[in-house]
Design a protein. Structure first.
Length: 101
């Protein structure tokens, strides 16, 4: 008997990814999949909304007309694979410096 199986990453635990800030290795920006507002927040010089998102199992986030697939790679980092461009980048924990006057 021949059994075919596809290679799949385990389903994502969204609670380990959402509502946290992540910084892309190749771009000096941080992003957050904000769960309460369902907005993708992006931080460069200020926090801005980049579009509404929804999650699709097992590991895909859809933002506006774009989607990206994420996989946990260890050490509090994720691989982010953009479906629309075919680009892949790693995102690790981002620490925002609180602003004060």
């Amino acid at each position: 008997m021949l059994v075919l199986a596809s290679c799949r990453h385990p389903a994502l635990d969204e609670h380990g990814f959402e509502d946290l800030w992540w910084e892309l290795e190749s771009h000096p920006i941080c992003f957050n999949m904000h769960n309460e507002t369902k907005q993708l927040l992006v931080y460069e010089d200020r926090i801005a909304e980049a579009g509404a998102w929804f999650f699709e199992e097992p590991n895909t986030y859809n933002v506006e007309d774009k989607s990206f697939y994420i996989t946990y790679i260890g050490n509090n980092c994720w691989n982010v694979n953009e479906h629309w461009s075919g680009l892949s980048d790693n995102a690790c924990e981002c620490t925002l410096i609180p602003w004060s006057n």
